[in-house]
Design a protein around this ligand. Structure first.
Ligand code: BES
Ligand code: ZN
Length: 660
C-alpha cells in the first residue's frame, strides 16, 4: 500500500523515472539507471557514471524538464552558422523570458547533446550562472539558468552554444548520400522532443513562441525553414539567411534544411523545394496543393500561415510528412507518378489547424493533433474525390488500427487514446492508435450529434476558440459537452471507454463499402486461382492505385501465399520495381510472409534506401519473425544504421530487440 502510494505520488510529481518501454516489455528497471526513492516527493536519479544531480520532469509535461509555469519563454531568436565539415551548428540563441511569480529565481529549459559555452542576460549584460543535470536517457538534460535580480519581470538570455554531430533531431548527409552527389545536406525532424538537440528551449507543446533565425551557410546551398524568408544577404564566402515566424508555435515546429535545392512555384501561395533530380516530378505530383488548401479552409476556417511550401527530402527522412509551418517536409516516397499518395499532403495541410493552431498540451494528448488531422484529411478527400473514397480510406484505417493493436497487445495501455507517458519516451509510444482510434472517435461523435452539418460548425468554433493555444483531452471534452448541451444523444457517449481503455474502439462507424466490393471480389478470384488454371485473374486496369493498395493489403492479411502464384504475379506486374511505395511495401510484406527467398534482397535494399519508418519498421519486424532470415536482417540493420536518422535507428533497434 505504502509502496503503491509512493509510486503514485512519484508519478504525479512527475520526477525522473526511466521506464523506456516499461509498458511494452515489463522491464521496470533498466541497467544503466538506478532509481532511488528518497521520500514521498522525490525520486533521485543516480547516473551510471556515478555523478549525482536531481533532474525533475515538468509537472505539465512528462516529456520535458522545463518549467513554463514558473518562467516562460516568449520569443526565440537564433543566430547560427552551419559547419558541414564538423556536422554541427554553432552560434547563439536569444530567449525572451517572462517570470511568472515574484519569488522565481530560475528559468528551466531542455537541452540534449548541446555544448553550452556561456549564458548572458542581455539587457543587464550579466553573465549568468546555470546548472546542467546529467542526461536522463533519451530525454536529454535540464538546464536551469539563474535569473539575475532586476526591476521588471522580462529578460533576454543569450546562450552561446554548439550542437553535436549526433544530434538526434538532425540528419547530416555526405554528398554521396544525396541525389546530386556533389553537396552535403542537413535536415531536421524535431517532433516529438528533438528540438532540444538543436537549441536550448522549453521543449513542450504547452509553450508557443514566435521565432526568428539568422543562418550563415555556404553560398552554393539553399536554406529553408518553417518560417517566412525575410532576406538573403550575400557576404564574402557565405550567405546570411533571415527567417521570421510571426505566428506563435511550439518548439517541435522549428525546422531547417540546407542543401543544393531548386524550387518551382506550384500555386499562388505554394512553392515546392527539392534537389534538382526530383523537382519536376515533385511539381507534378503536388500540383493539386492549392485545391487541397482551399478545401481545408472551407472546412476549418482561414489559413493563418501565409505561405504553404513543400520540401521533398532525401529518402532517409523518417516520416511520410511533417507539418512544419509554412513548409511541410515530405518523403520522396510520395512521388508515385500518379498523385495517388497526395493524401499525405492533405494530412499535413490539415495540421495547419489541428496541431499547429490548436495543439496538444503534451504528447499524452497526441490524438488531439493526429486523430483530428486524419479526420480532417479524410474530409478533404471526401470533398475532392467522393464520400465513397473518404470511407474507403477510413475503412483502410480501421484495418491498420487492428494490425497496430495486434502488434502492441490489446491490453497495452499505450493503445488507450490518452496515454500515460511518465517515463516513456514519445518515440516509444508512437503508433497508429492516436491517428485511427482518434479519427474513429471523432467520426462517432459526429454521427452521434447529427452528422457533418452539425459537427463542422462545432469544429470551426473549436479551432477559433483554441487557436494559438494548447489543450488537454479534458478541456476538449468540456468544450464539446458545453457546445452540445442541448443534444440528448451525447449522454450515451462512453467517454471512459473511448479515452482510457485499451484495445479497439467500442464502436466502428458504418462506413460506405461501395469501393470495397470490387476489392473483395478480386481477392476471392485471386484466392481461388492457381497458376495451372490460366493467367492471373485480373488485368490491374479495373481498379485505381488506392484500390490496388487495399487489394494487396487484403492478400497480405490472408494466409501466406504460394510462392508459385507470387512468381506469376511478379512476372506480370513487376511489383518489386513499382514506383508507388505503398504498393511495393505491401508486395514485399506478402513475399516475406510467404518466405519467398527471392524477395529478401530487394526488401533489404529498399529498407537501406528508404528511412521512412512506416515501411522500415514493419519490414524489419516481418524479417525478425522469419527465423531463418532474422540474423541476416539484423546484420543488414547494423551495417546500415549509420545512414539512418536517429529516430529510425533507435526504434528499429528496439523492434529487433537489440540492446542500445
Ligand atoms: N506529425 C506527424 C509526424 C510525426 C509524429 C513526427 C510524431 C514525429 C512524431 C505527421 O503529420 C504525420 O502524421 N505523418 C504521417 C502521415 C500520414 C498519417 C498521412 C506519416 O509520416 O506517415
Ligand atoms: Zn500528422
Amino acid at each position: 500500500m505504502r509502496i503503491l502510494k509512493l509510486f503514485d505520488v512519484a508519478r504525479n510529481v512527475s520526477n525522473c523515472v526511466i521506464r523506456r518501454n516499461f509498458v511494452r516489455n515489463f522491464e521496470p528497471f533498466i541497467n544503466m539507471w538506478r532509481i532511488l526513492i528518497l521520500s514521498n516527493c522525490f525520486l533521485l536519479i543516480l547516473a551510471g557514471d556515478g555523478g549525482t544531480r536531481m533532474a525533475r520532469f515538468s509537472p505539465i509535461d512528462p516529456s520535458s524538464f522545463s518549467r513554463p509555469d514558473l518562467a516562460v519563454v516568449t520569443n526565440i531568436k537564433l543566430s547560427l552558422k552551419v559547419h558541414f565539415d564538423q556536422k554541427i551548428f554553432s552560434g547563439n540563441c536569444d530567449l525572451t523570458v517572462k517570470k511568472l511569480h515574484e519569488n522565481v529565481n530560475e528559468v528551466v529549459l531542455d537541452v540534449k547533446d548541446l555544448d553550452i559555452e556561456s549564458i548572458y542576460e542581455t539587457e543587464t549584460n550579466t553573465k549568468c550562472k546555470y546548472t546542467l543535470s546529467q542526461p536522463v536517457g533519451e530525454f536529454g538534460s535540464e538546464l536551469a539558468i539563474e535569473i539575475p535580480p532586476k526591476e521588471v519581470n522580462n529578460y533576454i538570455f543569450t546562450i552561446n552554444y554548439k550542437t553535436r554531430p549526433h544530434a538526434s533531431g538532425l540528419q547530416w548527409l555526405e554528398p554521396e548520400q544525396t541525389a546530386g552527389k556533389k553537396h552535403p545536406y542537413v535536415f531536421s525532424q524535431f517532433q516529438a522532443i528533438h528540438a532540444r538537440s538543436f537549441l536550448p528551449c522549453q521543449d513542450t507543446p504547452y509553450v508557443k513562441t514566435k521565432y526568428e533565425a539568422l543562418i550563415n551557410a555556404p553560398t552554393d546551398l539553399s536554406v529553408v525553414m518553417s518560417a517566412i524568408r525575410d532576406a538573403t544577404k550575400p557576404m564574402i564566402g557565405y550567405n546570411l539567411h533571415h527567417f521570421k515566424q510571426d505566428v506563435p508555435i511550439q518548439s517541435y515546429l522549428i525546422a531547417i534544411a540546407i542543401g543544393a535545392l531548386e524550387s518551382r512555384k506550384i500555386g499562388p501561395r505554394s512553392t515546392v523545394w527539392a534537389e534538382k533530380e526530383f523537382i519536376e516530378m515533385a511539381a507534378n505530383e503536388f500540383a493539386n496543393t492549392e485545391k487541397q488548401l482551399k478545401t481545408a479552409e472551407d472546412i476549418c476556417g482561414p489559413y493563418v500561415w501565409g505561405i504553404y511550401d513543400l520540401l521533398v527530402l532525401p529518402p532517409s527522412f523518417p516520416f511520410g510528412g511533417m507539418e512544419n509551418p509554412c513548409l511541410t517536409f515530405v518523403t520522396p516516397t510520395l512521388l508515385a507518378g500518379d498523385r495517388s499518395l497526395a493524401n499525405v499532403v492533405a494530412h499535413e495541410i490539415a495540421h495547419s489547424w489541428t496541431g499547429n493552431l490548436v495543439t496538444n498540451a503534451n504528447f499524452e494528448h497526441f490524438w488531439l493533433n493526429e486523430g483530428f488531422t486524419v479526420f480532417i484529411e479524410r474530409k478533404i478527400l471526401g470533398r475532392l474525390e467522393s464520400p465513397q473514397v473518404q470511407d474507403f480510406d477510413a475503412y483502410g484505417g480501421t484495418v491498420e488500427l487492428k494490425e497496430a493493436i495486434k502488434v502492441m497487445g490489446s491490453n497495452n495501455p499505450l493503445t488507450n487514446l490518452v496515454v500515460n507517458l511518465t517515463g516513456v519516451h514519445p518515440d516509444d509510444a508512437f503508433s497508429r492508435v492516436p491517428y485511427e482510434k482518434g479519427q474513429t472517435f471523432l467520426r462517432y461523435l459526429e454521427n452521434t450529434v447529427g452528422g457533418p452539418a452539425v459537427f463542422e460548425p462545432f469544429l470551426r468554433k473549436y479551432f477559433d476558440t483554441y487557436k494559438y493555444r494548447s489543450l488537454t483531452t479534458d478541456e476538449f471534452k468540456a468544450f464539446f459537452i458545453e457546445y452540445f448541451s442541448s443534444t440528448p444523444e451525447i449522454k450515451n457517449i462512453e467517454w471512459n471507454k473511448w479515452l482510457h481503455t485499451p484495445g479497439m474502439p467500442p464502436v466502428i462507424p458504418d462506413y460506405d463499402k461501395t469501393l470495397l466490393k470490387t476489392i473483395d471480389e478480386m481477392k476471392q478470384r485471386w484466392l481461388n486461382w492457381d497458376e495451372k488454371s490460366g493467367p492471373v485473374p485480373f488485368s490491374g486496369d479495373e481498379i485505381t492505385s488506392i484500390q490496388k493498395i487495399q487489394l494487396l493489403q487484403d492478400i497480405f492479411e490472408s494466409e501466406p501465399q504460394p510462392i508459385k502464384k507470387l512468381e506469376v504475379l511478379e512476372e506480370k506486374f513487376k511489383f518489386t520495381e513499382v514506383q508507388n511505395a505503398e504498393i511495393k511495401f505491401r508486395w514485399l510484406r506478402i513475399g516475406i510472409k510467404a518466405k519467398w527467398e527471392k524477395i529478401v534482397d530487394p526488401a533489404l535494399n529498399w529498407v537501406n534506401e528508404v528511412g521512412r519508418m512506416k515501411y522500415c519498421r514493419p519490414l524489419y519486424r516481418d524479417f525478425y519473425n522469419w527465423e531463418e532470415m532474422r540474423a541476416k536482417a539484423i546484420q543488414n540493420f547494423q551495417d546500415n544504421r549509420k545512414n539512418m536518422m536517429h529516430v529510425s535507428a533507435y526504434t528499429i533497434a528496439h523492434d529487433l530487440r537489440l540492446k542500445e
